[in-house]
Design a protein around this ligand. Structure first.
Ligand code: ADP
Ligand code: MG
Length: 362
């Protein structure tokens, strides 16, 4: 990835009639970067991608591609490929013709066209379907054709809108690896939209988390997971979801239902808390579960359910105040009904403002 900014959104908004879909989007993508946009359905991901592709204009604000206002770049010189969420295949062209079309338009030589197309057909398991029309394909097959059509163009900027959502799990992993390999080989700038957090974490150099038409956080997968900027981001990433508890701060101690869960740390001293009410976040894999009480911070719980995933076990613990939390552990010896003790990995505890839900340490 170079340091050059290739794509820039400055205060972009988008309204449909009177509804404000994109509230204010600011974004800089570097040349060769793999940026993932992740957010719930309806948050404005496709709309943003369509604006970047030049298919729709922003209501206000501007989009710069290589420093030029995108509305002033003709579609021919635009050098952007897009894989559409709804495939947008030409219904009267075969799979092969669909894949070949844009290469013909851009006057790529016949030999080169054939070489690229054979490789793509092979990669996406489409060789057997090359002469079929889109109407004769399953949803997953159509999606693979749409993906292939974007890939063969080898454009400078590659936009993908949920390109793997309808592909079977096994083939999806292969297609994901293929997209990654393609990126490592060609260093295209990629903006990739998904609502699948695992896909986002696996692919993105950075992830932009979008909600309500606003970027909530844009950062590396590591920072998004471990230092989320607010409770929305913390809860949106990670399965099972991060546990949240209402806690109070009193004289160097964090209390949950009058029991201490963290005490006298440098962190708590630094925070200089304005309010004594906080929201504590702890990921299930950072909950420690044991049979005996061995530490002052161990609190009693009862095992409600155990789900064994083979590689790890997921416990639901009933804790004081009739609340429950989830714990992920390996080699669990616990069964439902067991009386146990739990505590938190202290340095993994996240603290959020009770009112505005912002991470107090970001
Ligand atoms: P996402 O891709 O994140 O699921 P979209 O960008 O497709 O979300 O849509 C965001 C919101 O904008 C949705 O509420 C959708 O109904 C609305 N929307 C999208 N396109 C149009 C349009 N052409 N006219 C009116 N509303 C639209
Ligand atoms: Mg969409």
């Amino acid at each position: 990835m170079s340091n050059k900014v290739i794509l820039e959104l400055n205060d972009v908004t988008k309204n449909y009639k009177k509804t404000n879909i994109i509230r204010k989007m600011n974004l800089q993508v570097k040349e060769g970067e793999f940026l993932v946009m992740l957010g719930p359905s309806g948050c404005g991901k496709s709309t943003t991608l369509r604006m970047i592709a030049g298919l729709e204009a922003p209501s206000t604000g501007e989009i710069l591609i290589d420093g030029r206002n995108s509305e002033k770049i003709s579609s021919f010189e635009r050098n952007i490929a897009m894989v559409f969420q709804d495939y947008a295949l030409y219904p009267n062209m075969t799979v092969y013709q669909n894949l070949e079309y844009s290469l013909k338009v851009h006057k790529v030589k016949k030999e080169e066209r054939q070489k690229r197309l054979e490789a793509i057909l092979e990669t996406l398991n489409l060789t057997a379907y090359r002469d079929r029309l889109p109407g004769q394909l399953s949803g997953g097959q159509k999606q693979r054709v749409a993906l292939g059509r974007g890939m063969v163009k080898q454009s400078k900027i590659f936009l993908l809108d949920e390109p793997l959502s309808n592909i079977d799990v096994q083939l999806r992993e292969k297609a994901r690896d293929e997209i990654q390999a393609l990126h490592e080989k060609n260093h295209q700038t990629i903006v990739y939209v998904t609502h699948d957090q695992l896909e986002a974490m696996a692919l993105g150099d950075r992830i932009a988390i979008i909600n309500d038409g606003i970027i909530q956080m844009i950062d590396t997968p590591d920072n998004i997971y471990n230092h989320p900027t607010n409770l929305f981001v913390a809860q949106f990433i990670g399965t099972p979801k991060i546990n949240t508890l209402e806690v109070t701060y009193d004289q160097g101690k964090l209390l949950f239902n009058e029991e201490v869960v963290l005490s006298n740390t440098e962190r708590l001293r630094k925070l200089a808390l304005a309010s004594n009410r906080l929201c504590l976040g702890i990921r299930p894999e950072h909950v420690i579960v044991k049979k005996e009480r061995t530490d002052l911070l161990d609190l009693p719980a009862q095992v409600e359910t155990v789900v064994d995933y083979g590689r790890y076990q997921q416990l639901t613990l009933n804790i004081k105040g009739n609340q429950s939390i989830k714990a992920i552990i390996t080699n669990s010896v616990f069964v439902s009904g067991d009386k146990v003790y739990f505590s938190f990995v202290a340095e993994k505890i996240l603290l959020f403002d009770y009112e505005n839900k912002k991470n107090l340490e970001n």
